[in-house]
Design a protein. Structure first.
Length: 318
């Protein structure tokens, strides 16, 4: 079947939403949302308010554009909150990895092919580093100045080995690359030494890093997060058995539990749990749909979350 839907003007997009029963208090505001966010993107946040089994998917009676926009805003703020936590976890992880590997082997441990299981993945990582530094194929020095002063300092003063020490490289490459490098370590004892710093078995910890890399990429690319079913899941540790229901393992709730637990390792007195709770309370249309994020009904009462005297959940006024 050939795609033949014609594009609609902004006013016609708004008319289409209103024809489906969406209450728009101010057309100028509605057109502004459609102009700056886009009909297609905003429609993903309208779906929970629509009767999707009926023709043309009409809105539930009383649904307002303000409610749809509230859910959109919640998801945007949720991504920002999660990225804030993942930044600290990422820095903590690569610091733990480099602290152990540099002192156990040497500052250029990542260049030692013998420490890794897969030559292909090892070569790919080295190529990533070379590309980031601007080292041409067959060359041993960058062909341009780098944006990082410490990289230029290394090549101006040293240059041997031809790649910088691991703690410098750690500042240039994202979590996904370090997660893959960690998973490729040949010696299980090396992986376990790093995982122990976070209180986990190395195989479980590696799965967590994989999942959090996936979630981080969703956030970085502004993808819908709140009710998404994750295609990459972490193995749920035994200690989470009573905290994460099996049905929630591919939902945001599982990522939130893992994030908070790892965050407590690198920042013992974190208030991220309270910030998440406050965010959900501040957006009632999201608070009324926490089950779609995988949250159990009485999640706030679980001692894991350490939430003191929560107020009654606000109602969502559609």
């Amino acid at each position: 079947m050939k795609f033949n839907k014609p594009p609609l003007s902004i006013p016609d997009q708004l008319k289409k939403l209103k024809a489906r029963g969406l209450i728009v208090a101010d057309d100028l505001v509605g057109e502004s949302y459609l102009r700056t966010i886009g009909y297609y993107r905003l429609s993903a946040y309208a779906l929970p308010f629509q009767q999707r089994t009926l023709p043309d998917k009409p809105f539930v009676a009383g649904t307002t554009l303000a409610s749809v926009f509230d859910l959109y805003t919640f998801d945007r703020e949720l991504r920002t909150l999660l990225l804030d936590a993942l930044e600290r976890i990422e820095i903590g992880f690569r610091s733990a990895l480099n602290n152990y590997m540099c002192t156990t082997y040497d500052p250029h441990w990542y260049m030692d092919e013998g420490l890794f299981s897969s030559k292909e993945r090892f070569d790919r990582f080295i190529q990533w580093v070379r590309d980031e530094l601007g080292i041409p194929d067959g060359g041993t020095k960058p062909n341009r100045d780098h944006s990082e002063v410490f990289v230029n300092h290394y090549y101006n003063k040293y240059g041997d080995p031809y790649l910088p020490p691991a703690w410098m490289v750690g500042e240039m490459l994202p979590l996904g690359m370090w997660s893959k490098l960690y998973a490729n370590l040949r010696n299980g004892a090396d992986r376990q030494a790093v995982a122990t710093a976070f209180g986990f078995n190395e195989s479980v910890f590696g799965g967590m890093l994989h999942m959090l890399t996936y979630v981080r990429n969703l956030c970085a690319h502004h993808q819908r997060l709140w009710n998404r079913r994750f295609v990459i899941k972490a193995k749920i540790p035994n200690k989470y058995g009573a905290i994460i229901p099996a049905a929630s393992s591919d939902r945001f709730y599982a990522a939130a539990v893992i994030t908070l637990d790892l965050l407590r390792t690198v920042e013992a007195h974190t208030k991220w749990n309270h910030r998440l709770d406050e965010l959900i309370r501040r957006h009632p249309c999201a608070g009324a749909r926490t089950s779609e994020m995988g949250f159990p009904v009485f999640w706030r009462k679980d001692t894991f979350w350490d939430l003191r005297s929560p107020a009654d959940d606000p109602l969502c006024h559609i």
